[in-house]
Design a protein around this ligand. Structure first.
Ligand SMILES: [Zn+2]
Length: 283
């Protein structure tokens, strides 16, 4: 990470290899109250660990390559030691446990909810194992969450999972067609329940992915919710998992889309409480 002068302001560019430098600068600027530098550093860090859902969308978009493939950390051979820095937007969970410690030390609490959520997408064992710097083979050099933070991230992980389960049951599994569904008055019984059948197929696809079968994003409810909506817009040729015959009519799709947006916003607002954080001003 480095400071770059751009126009009249300093901006921060993420570079995980320089994380320790940024960490030191943030600690020093906090200690000696160098506010401008501290603000610049925090602004840069907030692009990686944002405070808004919109910021999170940008972050996730940056981590998705041109063909639409996201690189889930579970694909890393061993993320503790194999830190992939080739893609500057690929963020290993190891930095997250560091950012959590750093945010605690420098009272940058606004970074914590998205950092905790990000980390919660890893397996419980990965989260508990912690981080060993790439140049070190001595386990005593490792960075770990405090016991309290480890408990918080595991509890939040469970809460997020429950939230997704509730959404599936309440908003997807038995979803009724929109009052404006184009098939609502269709004389053919089969066509009359086309959109319901689509919601059932969508439920199946979401559950398959929750189990890590399709996209290996097994603990990412924010993504799973969005995926339920995006499935309706994709065609098979574009890599979608529902074919053209399995797509809801436009009014039903728009209703589902509105539900998904509302649930994701609600979920984002809940992140601090799920992870046991008190973050003043959280959206
Ligand atoms: Zn419909």
């Amino acid at each position: 990470m480095c400071l770059k002068s751009r126009s009249n302001s300093s901006t921060l560019k993420y570079d995980p290899q320089e994380f320790e430098i940024v960490s030191s600068l943030l600690q020093l600027s906090t200690k000696y109250r160098v506010e401008r530098l501290r603000e610049d550093l925090l602004r840069g860090l907030s692009r990686v660990w944002p405070t808004t859902l919109q910021g999170w969308e940008f972050r996730e978009s940056d981590a998705t390559n041109g063909s639409g493939a996201y690189k889930p950390r579970s694909h890393y051979p061993h993320p503790m030691y194999v830190l992939s820095f080739s893609d500057s937007n690929t963020i290993s969970y190891t930095q997250q446990s560091l950012i959590i410690n750093l945010a605690r030390q420098t009272d940058a609490l606004e970074l914590l909810p998205s950092a905790f959520y990000d980390l919660s997408r890893c397996s419980a064992s990965e989260i508990a194992t912690g981080y060993l710097p790439s140049k070190s083979t001595n386990r005593s050099d490792g960075h770990h969450l405090t016991d309290a933070d480890l408990l918080c991230v595991l509890r939040g992980r469970e809460q997020a999972s429950r939230f997704l389960s509730t959404f599936i049951v309440a908003e997807l599994e038995s979803r009724e067609p929109s009052p404006n569904c184009v098939y609502r008055s269709d004389p053919e019984a089969f066509r009359k329940r086309v959109c319901q059948a689509v919601f059932e197929a969508t439920t199946f696809e979401v559950l398959r992915d929750v189990n890590g079968v399709v996209l290996h994003r097994s603990s990412d409810p924010l993504f799973a919710l969005m995926d339920a909506d995006m499935m309706q817009a994709r065609t098979g040729a574009e890599g979608g998992r529902l074919n053209v015959l399995q797509r809801a009519c436009e009014p039903c799709r728009m209703d589902l889309s509105a539900s998904v947006d509302a649930e994701r916003e609600a979920m984002w607002r809940k992140l601090p409480s799920w992870f046991g954080l008190d973050v003043p001003g959280w959206p």
